[in-house]
Design a protein around this ligand. Structure first.
Ligand code: ATP
Ligand code: TZP
Ligand code: MG
Ligand code: MG
Length: 259
């Protein structure tokens, strides 16, 4: 983890355009604000280009995508590509329906994501590798490194494959992150908010793999810190502590008592 990336994000407070799902909008906005970024949720295709011109990064997440959202996602992604600002693509639940399959493929045909981030089953689907899933969740096991490498090759991009161990693949290199907490699996939106925080970290002038590694490590560390606060008794009490932890300095999170 490079703490200077987090400091840079907090200084710049990058404006991140979210075309994300309706389950996690409010949680994501609060989580990104706590971390030090600045969220804007805007879905109308009529404003996609205008918003696209003033933001510092774009997150496209298809978790509750509707037919009318696709054009906005494409316009926002293409505007970001033209401006050379980061785009993160999260193919939430892509395997669950043929509509999602088609939407994800349509977006990936015209938008070049800086990072494709997803769970193992979502990325395995895009890589044509069999994997078990349950709706938007990954439930099976398999060779996550093979999936990450294949996605990086097919889409010529950096990959963040999340799970108990996160795998980052730049095409040449594999990086692993073991920081995290099981409570992240017992709430909704843990993956979606991570996508927002990765997008914010991509706005600094550092190498992509370092930005990705910093985002996932910081996120995992914040989860570990939050989960071990005295008043945390389950997922419900974890969430506010996690939001608080996302606003903390790395050194303070490291100083936590992980009993
Ligand atoms: P899924 O729907 O399959 O849960 P997701 O999109 O919610 O996928 P996750 O894979 O749950 O995404 O990853 C979200 C965050 O939770 C990441 O920071 C990841 O490191 C962390 N995480 C996931 N599973 C575990 C686990 N078993 N132990 C610790 N941290 C985890
Ligand atoms: N249904 C559609 S999107 C969504 C659900 C439950 C949220 C998924 O969030 P995450 O972070 O991928 O678990
Ligand atoms: Mg999860
Ligand atoms: Mg997800």
């Amino acid at each position: 983890m490079d703490a200077s990336i987090i400091k840079k994000v907090r200084r710049a407070q990058p404006l991140i355009h979210h075309l994300t799902n309706q389950v996690v909008m409010n949680f994501t906005a609060n989580g990104l604000l706590a971390f030090g970024g600045s969220p804007i949720m805007a879905k109308a295709k009529e404003e996609a280009e205008d918003i696209g011109k003033i933001v510092d990064g774009v997150l496209i997440n298809i978790g509750t995508v509707m037919p009318q959202d696709v054009q906005s996602m494409i316009l926002a992604g293409k505007t970001a590509n033209e401006r050379d600002i980061p785009v993160v693509f999260d193919p939430v639940g892509v395997k669950a329906s043929s509509f999602r399959n088609e939407v994800a493929k349509e977006i990936l045909q015209v938008v070049r994501p800086t990072i494709i981030k997803g769970n193992a089953s979502e990325l395995a689907y895009l890589a044509n590798i069999p994997w078990e899933s349950k709706g938007v969740d990954s439930v099976g096991t398999g060779d996550v490194e093979e999936v990450a490498i294949k996605i990086a090759q097919i889409y010529e991009t950096t990959v963040v494959l999340t799970g108990e161990t996160d795998v980052i693949c730049t095409g040449e290199e594999l990086i692993h992150n073991m920081l995290g907490h099981e409570l992240l699996t017992r709430m909704t939106g843990a993956g979606c908010l991570l996508g927002s925080i990765i997008t914010a970290c991509l706005t600094t002038n550092d190498p992509t793999e370092l930005q990705a590694k910093t985002a996932v490590s910081f996120y995992g560390l914040a989860a570990q810190y939050a989960a071990t606060r005295q008043n945390v008794t389950g997922p419900g009490t974890f969430i506010p502590q996690f939001i608080d932890a996302l606003s903390m300095e790395v050194e303070a999170l490291r100083g936590g008592n992980y009993a």
